[in-house]
Design a protein around this ligand. Structure first.
Ligand SMILES: [Zn+2]
Length: 88
């Protein structure tokens, strides 16, 4: 079986190999998690910091869509393909 290990999709960039969900069932952010791709950390999207998932994504894409953890970046990475995972 290829998909026996459950992975989760980043709601910001569509990266689909997160080790856990960004938010649990109650909507509580998992602040120990950080996306390897866009560097989004759950809990950033709160009112105090004035970030939403959308504004974080826009800023990240506009600044060049750089990987937070460069060594996790696949050789043939395509942002447009990846972002289809979240249908934005
Ligand atoms: Zn991400």
């Amino acid at each position: 079986m290829f998909f026996c290990k459950k992975t989760f999709v980043c709601l910001v960039c569509g990266y689909d190999r997160l080790p856990g969900p960004l938010y649990n069932d109650e909507g509580i952010p998992n602040v120990s998690l950080i996306c390897y791709c866009c560097g989004f950390q759950p809990g950033y999207d709160d009112d105090e910091l004035r970030y939403t998932l959308e504004s974080y994504r826009t800023e990240w894409v506009e600044s060049g869509a750089n990987w937070f953890t460069e060594k996790e970046k696949p050789e043939k990475w395509d942002l447009q393909e990846q972002i289809k995972n979240i249908r934005v």
